[in-house]
Write a protein that binds this ligand. Structure first.
Ligand code: GLV
Length: 352
C-alpha cells in the first residue's frame, strides 16, 4: 500500500515537473537574446529584463570590456547599452543578422555608428525628455559653482584660508544683468534658458542650426551667429550634441573671440572642446573660468593640467544623475528595447 502511494505520487510529481520543464524551455526558446553591458540600474527594471529576455549580462559595476562585447554579441537580437560602449562597425559586423535594436541608456548617441545601424535596419532607442530637467539643473549648478567659486571657497573654509570676512575675497561674476549664450537650443538648452531667466539674466542668446522661434519666445532668447554669441556673452553654455560638425567647435579661435571675463560651461560632450586650447585659454587669462561635466577622456587622468587650475571646476559626467532621471532612463531603455523586439512602436526611437 505504502509502495503504491509512493509510486503514484512519484508519477504525478514527474508528470507535473516535466510539463513545467517543457513550459519553461518553450518560454526560454521564445525569449529574445539580449546583451546588456552594465548591471547597476534600477533593480526592478533589471528584474523585468531578466524575466522577458535571455540576458547575457556584464555583471560588474564598471564599463563592459571590449572583449566581453565582441565575444557575446554574436547572435543577439538586442543590446541594452550605455554611453561607455562603442557600438561601431566592428561590433555590428560581429553581431550578425539577428540584431534588431540598439537601445542606449542615454540621450547622446555619439557612441553609436548611426549610419551603420541604418544600413542594417537596426533600430536605435535613446532617452530624450526624461533627463532634460536633471541635466539643465546640473548645468546651472555647475555654472554657479564655477562663477561663484564654490569649490574653491569650500576648500579655503575647510583648510584655514578663511581668516576673516573680506569684501573682495572669493568674488566672481553674477548671473543677474548678464548676457548668457546657449550653444544648442534643444530640450536641454531651452530648459537652461528658463532657469537662467529666473536668475534675471539681461539677455539670452542662442546659436542653433535651425530657428527655434516658438521655443525661444517664453524666455525671450534671441538667435545669433556663433561668432556673435562668443563675442557678446558673459556666460557661454554648451548644450549641443557631438557630431562631425560640432567636434572641437570650441577651439583656439573660439576662445580668442570670447570676453576675457567669460565663463565657459560644458555639460554635453567633451569632444566639442579642443581641451588643449581650453587649458591655454584658462592659463593665459583668455577667459576667466570653465566648468566641465564632460571631458576627453573620461575619466580625466588625475595628473591632467585642468585639475591643477583653480579656475576650472570638473565634475565626473553627472548631468542626468538624479535618482528620478536615472530610474526613468532605465525604464525607457527597457521599453525601447522590448517594443522593437516585439515589432511595436518604440517610445523614443532615434530618427535622423
Ligand atoms: C548623458 O550624457 C547622456 O547622453 O544621456
Amino acid at each position: 500500500m505504502v509502495h503504491l502511494i509512493t509510486s503514484n505520487t512519484a508519477i504525478k510529481f514527474l508528470r507535473f515537473n516535466t510539463s513545467r520543464l517543457k513550459a519553461f524551455s518553450t518560454a526560454m526558446m521564445e525569449k529574445p537574446e539580449v546583451l546588456m553591458t552594465r548591471c547597476d540600474i534600477a533593480p526592478n527594471v533589471l528584474e523585468e529584463l531578466k524575466s522577458r529576455c535571455k540576458l547575457t549580462l556584464w555583471n560588474k559595476e564598471s564599463a563592459a570590456s571590449r572583449t566581453f562585447l565582441l565575444e557575446n554579441i554574436p547572435g543577439k537580437s538586442g543590446i541594452f547599452c550605455f554611453l561607455t560602449d562603442k557600438i561601431d562597425k566592428e561590433l555590428l559586423d560581429t553581431a550578425g543578422p539577428n540584431l534588431k535594436v540598439v537601445s542606449t541608456f542615454s540621450v547622446g548617441y555619439d557612441h553609436i555608428d548611426v549610419k551603420e545601424c541604418q544600413q542594417r535596419n537596426i533600430k536605435i532607442g535613446y532617452t530624450p525628455d526624461v533627463l532634460t530637467e536633471a541635466t539643465a539643473e546640473l548645468t546651472l549648478g555647475l555654472l554657479l559653482c564655477t562663477s561663484r567659486r564654490l569649490i574653491e571657497a569650500h576648500e579655503e573654509a575647510r583648510t584655514g584660508g578663511w581668516t576673516t570676512w573680506s569684501p573682495s575675497w572669493m568674488t566672481g561674476p553674477g548671473l543677474g544683468e548678464s548676457t548668457v549664450g546657449i550653444v544648442g537650443f534643444g530640450r536641454i538648452g531651452q530648459s537652461v534658458a528658463l532657469k537662467v531667466k529666473a536668475f534675471n539674466a539681461k539677455n539670452i542668446l542662442y546659436f542653433n542650426r535651425s530657428e527655434k522661434q516658438n521655443e525661444a519666445k517664453i524666455t525671450g532668447a534671441v538667435k545669433v551667429s556663433f561668432e556673435e554669441l562668443l563675442k557678446q556673452s558673459d556666460f557661454i553654455i554648451c548644450c549641443c550634441a557631438l557630431t562631425k560638425e560640432t567636434q572641437n567647435m570650441f577651439n583656439i579661435e573660439s576662445f580668442a573671440k570670447m570676453k576675457r571675463t567669460a565663463v565657459f560651461i560644458n555639460t554635453s560632450r567633451g569632444g566639442l572642446v579642443d581641451q588643449n586650447a581650453l587649458v591655454d585659454a584658462l592659463e593665459n587669462g583668455t577667459i576667466r573660468a570653465a566648468g566641465l561635466d564632460v571631458t576627453v577622456p573620461e575619466p580625466l587622468p588625475l595628473d591632467h593640467r585642468l585639475f591643477k587650475m583653480s579656475n576650472c571646476t570638473i565634475l565626473p559626467h553627472i548631468g542626468s544623475a538624479t535618482i528620478e532621471a536615472r530610474t526613468a532612463m532605465a525604464k525607457l531603455t527597457l521599453d525601447n528595447l522590448m517594443n522593437a523586439l516585439e515589432d511595436k512602436p518604440m517610445p523614443a526611437q532615434l530618427k535622423l
